[in-house]
Design a protein around this ligand. Structure first.
Ligand code: IVH
Length: 673
């Protein structure tokens, strides 16, 4: 198909704009347009590419959504080896390093480039003539894994370098990482979906990079900072590391902004102190600083020892760890019913805060570390966020301790707790009977992005459930002023505000309502897909597994969860009560009729069917998106003929309309279902 030149121009323009906005948003954290405006640009580009598919190139921003899943990663030979760094844990090692540098270079004072040591996963990116062509993990330093498709989804990494003069080839080395805030958000989403939560940002980043399905990686908020260049071909090499990093910035490759250039040992010490103080306020995790001789010629002179450069040194921060005693191991029950063992600790000061609890994640983690009550443990503030037990001091263990046993019963509601097959989570089977799950479910239902009941916070929900005032989300709509003002910290005004918010929440959207139900694995995006496809709650509730799977992005697991949720009489009852309380949204049927299997087909029924009444047949057809008409015309697709048909059969024959007997009709229904 010939592509008009104005389209070519516009597409080029759109791509450039989108990547600029990606850069502003993901790299320099200074967006200049709203999300909606961004979406609009993206949509425009997608439309052009849909219209002219041969316009699609791998470097188009639309290609960041992930490619088909792989079964294994291909191996990649690094063009230059990916090295590791020598570590220093004390000042003496640092001053010896500086002395070696001065002696090796025969200078009085050495100029160093200094930068944070990022805590993520090492990555090598290759650009050929400005186009991103390959990404590989470090592997053993010589051979890594090809993770190109995964890295293509990372919006902070340019797919195309925009600069007039470009190197023929550049091998960019850097660290894929996850920002602290993104990590917390991701774990909240994982928890809400009933999926694995990550121990720290580094694990989350490394795990996301090694996904065989790049569509999964595309959902993970990854960031990148470059810290070195391997091969550089067809371009004059800068003279210093600093200039090299500035060159990368010029290419719009993200480089950590808190890097610097300093003179001598004094300068190194100063930078270390500065970064130690800055550490907790940085948006990403760092575990030390890296010192590099700035001049690249001097780097060459110094060379390498085995697998680490002689010209560089990482000075690690002292571990933010402390020793304390495990007083108990309690079990917390989350919204999805997951039982999480938590170590109750003798209060200890670590990394600027007093820690009294540390998550033990799950049964496997407790056993792997063999944490027991009365053990002395090393407590670490992982990723500056969640305190965790780093390890047990076995030689401090008193006598007569016993290994931890995961309870088989939910400590909140007494229902059975079951270990999931192929997963490490143990879950309470009590569902909404379990107060912990009920609290979670109601909190989720009322949350801002769901039904949005302003002011119905955790504390209030807790009181309402603990005092057995409510047993379900439907009970929220029966609350009144006299009940609410009896609660703790509830004055008449705030009670009235809460009631107003509850009332206001009755007008909602189908999308929000579906999301609010808290069906497992149905997050906001899936709720939107379901609402967009079905447009109507009854249709969604009636849909079978196959119809559900036809919804874009919905696979067998989600389809099953939706089905199981709506099959549960308790859930159907709650939904009915919510609607009776006046909860409503706009419903439509248009889209579903466009997308269902019998859409666009017109049926005429004649005669008596043996297996169902005519009304039932009609219902089946309309449920599947078809139309039923009373008379046969040229527009009729099928005439369904039962026993003792009337004149409609003859008319169908004259007009050449396909006739279906009962058997063929059922086959059609079942095959479409
Ligand atoms: S330079 C030729 N700079 O630390 C020098 N590495 O322990 C090679 N790392 O695998 C590495 N931040 O993934 C360098 N600013 C930084 C770094 C950094 C983190 C990682 C890197 C490497 C590991 C070595």
């Amino acid at each position: 198909m010939k592509i008009p030149s104005d389209v070519l121009e516009e597409v080029k323009h759109l791509r450039h704009n989108i990547e600029t906005h990606n850069y502003n948003y993901y790299v320099i954290d200074a967006p200049t347009i709203s999300d909606a405006e961004y979406d609009l640009l993206f949509q425009k580009l997608s439309q052009f590419e849909e219209q002219y598919p041969n316009l699609i190139t791998p470097d188009s921003p639309t290609q960041r959504i992930g490619a088909p899943a792989l079964s294994t990663f291909k191996e990649v030979q690094h063009r230059t080896p990916m090295l590791s760094l020598n570590n220093a844990f004390d000042e003496k090692t640092v001053s010896e390093f500086d002395r070696r540098m001065r002696e090796g270079l025969q200078v009085e004072i050495v100029t160093y480039s200094v930068e944070p040591k990022l805590d993520g996963a090492a990555m090598s990116l290759i650009y050929e003539n400005g186009i991103f062509v390959q990404a590989a993990t470090r592997g053993d330093g010589t051979t890594g894994e090809d993770v190109t498709e995964n890295i293509r989804t990372v919006r902070a990494i340019p797919l195309k370098l925009s600069r007039e003069k470009l190197p023929k080839l550049i091998e960019v080395r850097g660290e894929i990482h996850m920002r602290k805030a993104d990590f917390i958000r991701l774990n909240q989403q994982q928890e809400a979906k009933g999926e694995k939560v990550f121990v720290n940002p580094r694990n989350a980043a490394a795990g996301s990079v090694r996904q065989l399905d790049s569509k999964v990686t595309a959902q993970r908020p990854l960031s990148f900072f470059a810290y070195a260049v391997g091969k550089l071909e067809g371009f004059p090499s800068p003279e210093t590391h600093k200039e090299m990093m500035d060159f990368l910035v010029d290419l719009r490759i993200p480089v950590c902004p808190v890097r610097d250039r300093v003179e001598g040992l004094e300068g190194l010490r100063h930078y270390f102190d500065r970064l130690s103080a800055l550490r907790t306020s940085l948006p990403y995790d760092i575990d030390g600083v890296v010192y590099k001789v700035d001049n690249l010629q001097q780097q060459k002179i110094l060379g390498f020892v085995s697998r680490a450069p002689r010209f560089a040194l990482a000075q690690k921060f002292p571990a933010e760890e402390a020793l304390t005693l495990v007083e108990a191991i309690d079990i917390q029950v989350g919204r999805t019913g997951a039982l999480t063992p938590v170590a109750r600790l003798k209060p200890v000061f670590v990394g600027g805060v007093t820690v009294t609890n540390a998550t033990l994640h799950n049964e496997d983690e407790v056993h792997r570390k063999d944490v027991r009550v009365r053990d002395t443990v090393r407590v670490r503030r992982a990723g500056d966020v969640i305190p965790e037990v780093a390890g047990v001091m076995r030689n401090h263990r008193p006598e007569n301790t016993t290994p931890f046993i995961m309870p088989q019963i939910c400590p909140v509601c007494g229902s059975r707790a079951v270990r999931e097959e192929e997963a490490s989570a143990t879950r309470c089977t009590g569902g909404l009977y379990c107060a912990a799950q009920l609290k979670g479910a109601i909190f989720h239902f009322a949350s801002r992005r769901a039904i949005n009941i302003d002011g119905l916070g955790e504390k209030l929900i807790e009181q309402l459930i603990d005092q057995e005032i409510i047993r379900s989300v439907a009970d929220l709509y029966d609350l009144n002023l006299s009940i609410l003002i009896k609660l703790e910290r509830m004055a008449e005004k705030s009670a009235q505000n809460t009631l107003d918010a509850i009332k206001k929440s009755k007008t909602t959207t189908l999308e929000r309502f579906i999301y609010a139900l808290g069906i497992r694995n149905v997050g906001e995006a899936t709720a939107k897909d379901l609402a967009d496809t079905f447009c109507n709650l009854d249709l969604l509730m009636k849909a079978d597994e196959e119809t559900l799977q036809k919804v874009p992005e919905i696979g067998p697991i989600v389809a099953k969860n939706v089905l199981v949720f709506f099959a549960e009489p308790h859930n159907r009852h709650i939904i009915k009560r919510l609607r009776l309380s006046g909860l409503s949204w706009e419903e439509g049927v248009e889209k579903i009729s466009e997308e269902l299997p019998l859409t666009g087909l017109t049926f005429v029924l004649t005669g008596t069917l043996s297996r169902m009444t005519r009304e039932e047949a009609k219902e089946h057809i309309t449920d599947l998106g078809g139309r039923v008409s009373g008379s046969v015309s040229k527009k009729t697709t099928y005439v369904v003929v039962g026993a003792d048909p009337g004149s409609k059969r003859d008319k169908a024959e004259t007009l050449g309309v396909t006739i279906l007997d009962e058997k063929a009709f059922f086959r059609l229904l079942n095959q479409e279902k």
